[in-house]
Design a binder for this molecule. Structure first.
Ligand code: NAD
Length: 484
């Protein structure tokens, strides 16, 4: 596999070629600030060609493949991903600034998605309906056709796995627009897909800027379904553009996910999760557990224990495999520092801040993880997605489940929630009362959960990816009624 991975090309109809602009965009290593590769600046003409190539694939070899054979191709892709795990992880670490251990976990998840959806491709059976006498009614699950996938930079390999692989398993032909800050592993997956033997046009990849390639894909009349993963603000633009062509959309947006900690919880077991949920990938995780809601009687003890852990978090270049790497860009790092500065100015307590070593690369985008306490639930750090390593603690009155639920549900978002308690009844009451797409009890994240349907409610979006639900999302029911 090519080390840098980006060579300024787009993948359309099985061929690698220059984008219509003939232009490229530079790729930065967030750990050092050094530019090390270039990606294509794809624009509308490339998207037009990619959509046409996808359509031709559906009308050609890809569309004629048996479901079992689609599954075999995905399985082969997964094995190629696994065989190239080290190179892919190093590339991701360099491109995203992601600590190597997390990058390796992402590669393993991508391979597992290929395996999972490869195995599932021929197991979506549709249904029959016992209609009136003299009828046989069958409901087929058919692919949408050409699916567009606009993905962010924070977990490219995982999101390709859960979105692109699920769409391919159902027989769709894909046009993928990766995030402009991290397209290299997406392009590497494209190369591996060619090697695996996917027919030309089944998977097309057009890197480029959001307002150019992304906007062209969102508005394209030849797209039959759009999967958007990214920010709420861009999600609104994508949904608006897609509305003009009545294109169905899946929106996987941001979150402000609560972790609710009761006094009867196993605190020692919870602690590593509580901290990791906030600082994993430098807090640049849609499902980051960025609000810690703590029962009053254990508040001070929890704050002390979490503060000790936050203060001890190692921050460094991705390749040195610290707990926390840099943020994706200088602008993002400045934005997150600004949020923390405003919180200080508003009088919020900074209970802990990790130390940034003096020898960190000066042009890297490092932000020290921070623990904020006594955060008013209506303060912006408790309401808005920060997308940086900032954990806010909010207390609730002893035994007051309703107050905990009200806090948990008191933001515009509803992606994930964590509930920590030994009380079985409380576990179920809280899990039912919290408005979120996923609720974890006495754990958080469950190790990624390829098999577990994932997605939001409220302004975290709608539609589900991961698990079997993704296969339903990337297909459409056709009802056939036969009178006999
Ligand atoms: P972003 O919304 O800025 O960009 C996401 C993608 O949209 C990129 O490929 C970008 O190029 C493209 N884009 C930008 N403007 C566009 C436009 N006008 N039309 C079409 N496409 C456009 O998000 P980001 O900064 O890359 O990622 C961070 C956000 O993603 C966070 O809010 C995070 O919570 C969210 N996210 C959500 C999930 C989830 O599954 N719910 C997963 C990962 C990230």
């Amino acid at each position: 596999m090519d080390e840098a991975g980006g060579d300024g090309l787009v993948l359309i109809g099985g061929s690698w070629r220059e984008p219509a602009t003939g232009e490229t965009l530079p790729v930065e290593n967030p750990s050092t600030g050094a530019w090390f590769a270039r990606i294509a600046r794809g624009t509308r003409p490339d998207i037009d060609d990619a959509v046409a190539a996808a359509r031709a694939a559906l009308d050609g070899a890809w569309g004629r493949l048996a479901a079992t054979d689609r599954g075999r191709l995905l399985d082969r892709l997964g094995r190629l991903v696994a065989a190239n795990a080290d190179a892919l992880a190093r590339l991701e670490a360099r491109d995203v600034g992601k600590p190597l251990a997390q990058a390796r976990a992402d590669v393993a998840a991508c391979a597992r998605y290929c395996e999972y959806y490869g195995g599932a491709a021929d197991k979506v059976h549709g249904t029959t309906i016992p209609y009136q006498p003299g009828y046989t009614v069958v409901c087929l699950r058919e692919p949408h056709g050409v699916t567009g996938h606009i993905i962010p930079w924070n977990y490219p390999l995982q999101i390709i796995g859960r979105s692109v692989c699920a769409a391919l398993a159902m027989g769709n032909a894909v046009v993928l627009k990766p995030g402009e800050h991290a397209s290299l592993t997406a392009l590497a997956i494209g190369r591996l897909a060619c090697e695996a033997g996917f027919p030309p046009g089944a998977l097309n990849i057009v890197p480029g800027l959001g307002e150019e390639a992304g906007a062209a894909l969102a508005a394209h009349p030849g797209i039959d379904h759009l999967s958007f993963t990214g920010s709420r603000a861009v999600g609104i633009q994508v949904q608006t553009a897609a509305a003009r062509t009545i294109t169905p959309v899946t929106l996987e947006l941001g979150g402000k996910s609560p972790q609710i900690l009761f006094a009867d919880a196993d605190l020692e077991a919870a602690l590593p999760f509580l901290v990791n949920a906030a600082v994993q990938n430098a807090g640049q995780t849609c499902s980051a557990g960025s609000r810690l809601l703590v029962e009053a009687s254990i508040h001070d003890r929890v704050v002390a224990a979490v503060a000790a852990r936050i203060a001890a978090v190692t921050v460094g270049p991705a390749e040195t495999d610290p707990a926390v790497g840099p943020l994706i860009t200088a602008a993002e790092a400045a934005r997150v520092r600004g949020v923390v500065a405003r919180a200080r100015a508003d009088g919020l307590t900074v209970a802990a801040e990790a130390r940034l070593a003096a020898d960190l690369p000066a042009a890297g985008h490092y932000v020290a993880p921070v623990l904020l306490t006594e955060v008013p639930s209506n303060h912006q750090v408790a309401q808005q997605e920060i997308f940086g390593p900032v954990l806010s603690v909010i207390r609730f009155a002893d035994g007051n489940e309703d107050a905990a639920v009200a806090l948990a549900n008191g933001t515009d978002y509803g992606l994930v929630a964590g509930v920590w308690t030994r009380d079985g009844g409380r576990q179920l009451r809280l899990a039912r009362a919290v408005r979120a797409g996923q609720v974890f009890v006495n754990t958080y994240g469950a190790g990624g959960g390829v098999e577990l349907p994932f997605g939001g409610v409220k302004q975290s979006g709608y539609g589900r990816e991961k698990g079997f639900e993704a296969l339903y999302g990337f297909s459409v029911v056709k009802t056939i009624a036969l009178r006999h």
